[in-house]
Each structure stands twice: as structure tokens, then as C-alpha cells.
Design a protein around this ligand. Structure first.
Ligand SMILES: [Zn+2]
Length: 156
């Protein structure tokens, strides 16, 4: 059994933080870093136990499309394996049917390589960099659009 970490690794925490910066309105219901005690008993060898795994909530309405992220992250050297919608992928084994009890329909599971635990570079490099100024601008233009032209094509 892997000893329980007190804190998730910086790389795992960065996934959730960066996702929230890019998609501020995303749902977090299925987010996860460290496991609950019940989870540990069920999965004594889970990468969550050592802080090297993260679950990202699938919320395509808010922009967090985990099908896309599952494909894109296959290019990321930090990824040990990914699980989403009944499939598991790793660089060594490729894609297979995931036979675990939880099919992972509501979240993408990302296991991070041990040697990459402190690498917090962008997990979503295909997305434009979020900047605080852009976020403020986006809010202002939304308010304006609501008042004057409710069907601005840019908002969709
Ligand atoms: Zn997980």
C-alpha cells in the first residue's frame, strides 16, 4: 500500500487551478486530489494516495470538454495514464477498455509521473492564456451585450 500523502503534488494541484483560470464558471463536483478513506480502502494502489493523480470534472457546457482534454493530454510528457468514459490510455500500452467499477463518465482521471510532480507548466497549452485583464474585459462586454444586443455571436 502506498503511504498517504498529506498534500497533492504541485503538478496535480496545477491542473485544477489552471482549469479554473481558463474556465472560471466550470463545475467542480467531481474534482479530486487526495482520496477519502473509503477510496483508499477500495483502491490501495491509487495514484491519488501519493498525490500524483487528479480528477477534473467533465463540464462541456462551461468549456471543460474532457473528451478533448483526454486526447490533447496524450501529448503531455507528464502523463502516466488517463481514464475517461470507460477508456484508459497510457503511452506504453495505448488505449484500452477500462474495466474498473467507476467508468469515469463525470470526470477525467490524470495520473502524473513521479518525476514530474513539481512541473506546473501549462496543462492546457492549446487554450489561450487566461489573463486577469481579459477576464475583466469579458465580464464588461457580457454586461454590455446583455443590455444592447442579447444575441452577440461572440458570446456563443
Ligand atoms: Zn482519479
Amino acid at each position: 500500500m502506498i503511504p498517504l500523502a498529506k498534500k497533492a503534488t504541485p503538478a496535480a494541484i496545477a491542473v485544477l487551478r489552471q482549469a479554473t483560470a481558463i474556465w472560471p464558471k466550470r463545475m467542480k463536483a467531481s474534482d479530486g486530489l487526495l482520496p477519502s478513506k473509503a477510496h483508499v480502502n477500495q483502491n490501495p494502489n491509487s495514484d491519488h494516495n501519493s498525490g500524483h493523480a487528479v480528477d477534473l470534472t467533465h463540464d462541456p457546457i462551461a468549456g471543460v470538454n474532457c473528451s478533448v482534454i483526454y486526447s490533447e493530454l496524450q501529448k503531455d510528457e507528464r502523463v502516466e495514464y488517463l481514464i475517461f468514459k470507460g477508456k484508459i490510455w497510457s503511452k506504453i500500452k495505448g488505449e484500452h477498455i477500462y474495466t474498473g467499477p467507476n467508468k469515469h463518465n463525470k470526470h477525467l482521471h490524470i495520473s502524473i509521473k513521479k518525476q514530474c510532480a513539481n512541473d506546473t507548466s501549462s496543462w492546457f497549452p492549446w487554450m489561450p492564456e487566461p489573463s486577469p485583464i481579459n477576464k475583466v474585459k469579458a465580464k464588461v462586454s457580457k454586461v454590455k451585450a446583455k443590455k444592447k444586443e442579447p444575441t452577440s455571436p461572440k458570446e456563443n
